[in-house]
Structures are given as structure tokens and as C-alpha cells.
Design a protein around this ligand. Structure first.
Ligand code: AMP
Ligand code: MG
Length: 497
């Protein structure tokens, strides 16, 4: 019989101090919550076999599949600005890598027991955070935002102790790689230049193969990470996503959204929003994310200094030149994204100010971020320059003072006159840029409560179905587009530990 996973494990071939070899801990009574069958097929796996008792035992960490070389990766990281020289996979175990339709992918179990890096943790995951990560990462994928994926979730039949006793679960996570900014910091902090070089060469082979042919491959790697991160954070902002814990160990070199913990989406637009209970000073607030991304990338550049040039001054110059690129790349991606949200296919000097005015008006008037943009698409003026009054009312009523919207919309309508193309095409473009459905926090909480308290996974399935098509009107599910009572301002999230 062929192997369940056709593993080809490149990370396991790196030097032995890159990781600790460790098998998952067997759990009592695994039960499959859900297999992502479409993703399994993309990965070249057999979904029926993964759903069989043999497959479920593997997805629960009870059985190590053929060809797997399970390991926990070593990494360091800045957590809320404080450097921790050794973190590492404390509750995640990489089974191995498979090469699927879209390239090489890590297959990792999260919550499958202690590792050499668990420190005081139990290596386990609770059901709520596992369902949250499954749902939100799949929603991000459907929104078109680079992200790790969820292949499966299982309950373990065991309990994990947090502030209360909770059901345990394991998530199977799929990623282009799990190499983090903190992975480079791990070697840099130890003065291990050979380790650093081996990791950089590995990262280049996986994520920036063309960098290998550049004059300075490590500079090209740094440029690639910066480019991907600038684009990623811009995408986050255009859908109202707040990662919540952008520590350097939670920032992927591949440019994927990774480590979904206290993440959440904005309801009411307020750039100072920070939902995470541990983010007391708003370090990782919505509007701070570009600045933090650059801060993290600066830590990466520092870690890479020994590789950038043998001459220290030259190395610093290379790092600075690379980091200088971030602002322009982020601005271009962010304003390009905002223009699409406003139905503008061309760019004009005044566009960032036009978008900025709308955001400011939304903040002052506590308008819902997602609904405002979605409804704006319906309120696009027709060939006569007029909009259907009902569609205009649907947007303006989202503002405490609807006349504040009216004042902004005058400038928008004037700007739209510069655009070629008809109203129908513009509406179509705006629908593709402005999702109707995001994982609303109150819906995510409802879903978790049903699963944890009543073993009812129907809300999880429903939400997954709705969020798989975020840009389509789904009239039967219209209530899932609605914000919570009161705009969700008091919402709090907790680290998914
Ligand atoms: P995070 O910021 O949530 O991604 O996690 C920070 C660090 O804590 C990582 O090194 C995790 O592996 C580790 N960690 C988190 N939860 C646990 C747990 N329950 N057991 C062991 N390690 C954990
Ligand atoms: Mg993490």
C-alpha cells in the first residue's frame, strides 16, 4: 500500500541543532471534526483514507505515518518587543513535507503533546482555539490572502487545563514553510553564522529560488521577505484583519499569515482597535500593523547582517537599503487595495486623501468597516451620475451622522467621473474587493460556544460554508453579514494557548 503522505522532508535534513526530534503523544479517543477534503486533493492526498480510522489516528498524533520524520523546530523571537533567545515549537510537531499542486508544503500537528521546547506548557491545544484557527485561516484563504491552511481538526477525548477545564483538540496545519523571522534570530543570537547560512540557503531554495542567482543572494532573500510582508499587511488592512500577536516568531518568511491566536476582524472601524487581552498598550493594534511589520523586518535584517557582506559597514548599508523599500511597497499595495475598494481602476494624486477622508469619517461616525465598503459598491452612480436612493441610504445610515457621509460622497462621485468603464463593471470590481462576509467575532464566539459546551459542530460547518464564498451575496445567509449589536467594541480575544 502506498504511504498516506508522500513525504519528502527537507527541513529534517538540516543540521541537528535546528530542531528536536520528537513524536506526537498518543491521545485517548480521537474523533474527526472535519477534514478539508479539497485541500487534501490539492496536496495529492487521498481524502477517503485520511477520513478512515488509520487517517484519524495520524491526524490525532496517535500513529506516526510512514515517511514522517517528526520534529519540533527551534526558533527565537521578540515577544512584545522583548527578545527571548529560545522559544521553538512548544506545541506543534512537523510531520514532514509533501509536494502538492502548489508546491512544497509542511504538514504540522498543533496541540499533539510536549516537545523539547514546551518550557512550562503542556503542548496541547483546546478545542476553541483549534476551531478558530481552522475557520479564520480558511476564511483568509477564501478572501485571497496568503495564509497557512487547515487540513483537519480532531478532538482528542482528553481535557486540557487552562483557566477552566476544556476539551482538547489537534489541528493539522499546512504551510509553505514554518520558517519565521525568529528562526533566523535563533542562530544570529548564538553567533552561529554557519547555521544562519544553512537556514538562509534553505529558505532561498524554498521561497526565493531566483535569489540564488542574484549577485547577493541573501540581500535578495531579505528583499523577497520584505516584499511579501508589505503586500500581506496591506491585504490585512483592506479586510479589517488584526493579527493580534505580531511577535517576530509569528512572522513567516513565506509571507503567509501564520499563528492565529487572538486574531480578530474589525466591526466598527477604529484604527486603534486591539482585541487581544494581553496587548494592553495596543502595540499590535489594527493601524500599527505596518509599523510593526517593518520593526520585525528590521530584526530580520539585523539577524542577516553576517551574511549580507563580510564588511560590516557594507552589510549595514545593504540592510538599510532593503528596509527602505518597505514603505513604498506597502503604500503602493495598500492604496492600490483601497482604490479597488472605492471602484477606482486608475490612480490620481488625491486618491489616498479621498480614501483617508472616508476612513476618518467612518471612525468618527462608528461605521462598520466591512458593510460600509460592501454597500458603497451598490451605491455606485449610474451613467447619469445618480445613484439609486435606497442604496445610498443603506450606506449613509451606517454613519452616526449620515450627512458626514454625504459630504465625503460628493468628492467620491466627482472622482468617479474621471474613470472609464460603466457602472456595472465598477460595481463588479468593488464586489470583488469588498467582501460581504468576514468571520464576525460574535459568530466565531457562538460557534466556539456551541462546540465546546454542546458538542454541536453545526455552526462551525455553517460558518465555513458561508466564509468559503466571501465575495458572493448569499441571501440565505444575510444575517452572517450583519455586525453585532453595539459594533462589537468591547470584544476581547485571548492567546490561543
Ligand atoms: P504564540 O505567541 O502563541 O505563537 O506562542 C509563543 C510560544 O509559546 C511558542 O514557542 C509556542 O510554541 C509556545 N506555546 C504556546 N502554547 C503552548 C503550550 N500549551 N504548550 C507548550 N508551548 C506552548
Ligand atoms: Mg507562535
Amino acid at each position: 500500500m502506498t504511504a498516506l503522505f508522500p513525504f519528502d522532508n527537507s527541513y529534517a535534513r538540516l543540521p541537528s541543532h535546528f530542531f528536536g526530534r520528537v513524536a506526537p503523544t498518543a491521545v485517548e479517543a480521537p474523533r474527526l471534526i472535519r477534514l478539508n477534503r479539497a485541500l487534501a486533493v490539492d496536496l495529492g492526498l487521498d481524502p477517503d483514507r485520511l477520513e478512515s480510522p488509520e487517517g484519524i489516528e495520524v491526524l490525532a498524533g496517535r500513529r506516526v505515518p510512514e515517511g514522517a520524520e517528526p520534529l519540533a523546530a527551534a526558533y527565537a523571537g521578540h515577544q512584545f518587543g522583548q527578545f527571548v533567545p529560545q522559544l521553538g515549537d512548544g506545541r506543534a510537531i512537523l510531520l514532514g513535507e509533501v509536494v502538492g499542486r502548489d508546491g512544497r508544503r509542511d504538514i504540522q500537528l498543533k496541540g499533539s503533546g510536549p516537545t523539547p521546547f514546551s518550557r512550562r506548557g503542556d503542548g496541547r491545544a483546546a478545542l476553541g482555539p483549534v476551531l478558530r484557527e481552522y475557520l479564520v485561516s480558511e476564511a483568509m484563504h477564501a478572501l485571497g490572502i496568503p495564509t497557512t491552511r487547515a487540513l483537519a481538526a480532531v478532538t482528542t477525548g482528553e481535557r486540557v487545563i487552562r483557566e477552566t477545564v476544556l476539551p482538547g483538540a489537534v489541528l493539522t496545519r499546512v504551510a509553505s514553510s514554518h520558517i519565521r523571522v525568529g528562526s533566523f534570530q535563533f542562530f544570529a543570537a548564538r553567533g552561529d553564522v554557519e547555521g544562519l547560512r544553512a537556514l538562509a540557503d534553505h529558505a532561498i531554495a524554498r521561497h526565493d529560488p531566483e535569489a540564488a542567482r542574484a549577485d547577493n543572494p541573501y540581500r535578495a532573500l531579505l528583499d523577497g521577505v520584505i516584499r511579501r510582508q508589505a503586500a500581506l499587511v496591506a491585504r490585512w488592512l483592506t479586510v479589517g484583519f488584526i493579527h493580534g500577536v505580531m511577535n517576530t516568531d509569528n512572522m513567516s518568511i513565506a509571507g503567509e499569515t501564520i499563528d492565529y491566536g487572538p486574531c480578530a476582524f474589525l466591526d466598527t472601524y477604529d484604527p486603534a482597535t486591539a482585541f487581544s487581552s494581553i496587548d494592553r498598550h495596543g502595540r499590535y493594534a489594527y493601524g500599527n500593523q505596518p509599523r510593526i511589520a517593518l520593526w520585525n523586518l528590521t530584526r530580520l535584517a539585523e539577524a542577516l547582517l553576517p551574511l549580507l557582506s563580510e564588511d560590516e559597514t557594507q552589510a549595514v548599508a545593504e540592510a538599510e537599503a532593503a528596509l527602505t523599500g518597505f514603505a513604498g511597497q506597502f503604500e503602493a499595495a495598500y492604496h492600490g487595495g483601497l482604490n479597488r475598494k472605492l471602484g477606482l481602476a486608475t490612480t490620481r494624486d488625491g486618491d489616498p486623501a479621498l480614501a483617508g477622508d472616508l476612513l476618518k469619517t467612518m471612525a468618527e461616525n462608528e461605521a462598520d468597516f466591512t458593510l460600509t465598503f460592501r454597500r458603497l459598491g451598490e451605491a455606485v452612480p449610474g451613467p447619469d451620475g445618480e445613484s439609486d436612493p435606497a442604496t445610498v441610504e443603506a450606506v449613509r445610515s451606517l454613519f452616526i451622522d449620515p450627512t458626514a457621509y454625504d459630504r465625503w460622497a460628493k468628492g467620491w462621485r466627482r472622482r468617479l467621473k474621471d474613470e472609464a468603464g460603466d457602472a456595472a463593471a465598477r460595481r463588479q470590481m468593488m464586489r470583488a474587493a469588498n467582501p460581504a462576509f468576514i468571520p464576525r467575532n460574535h459568530r466565531v464566539e457562538e460557534m466556539i460556544t456551541a462546540a465546546v459546551e454542546r458538542q454541536d459542530f453545526a455552526p462551525f460547518e455553517t460558518l465555513l460554508t458561508v466564509l468559503a464564498r466571501p465575495y458572493d451575496d448569499q441571501p440565505d445567509f444575510a444575517r452572517y453579514a450583519e455586525p453585532p449589536e453595539g459594533g462589537g467594541r468591547g470584544y476581547r480575544t485571548f492567546c490561543g494557548t
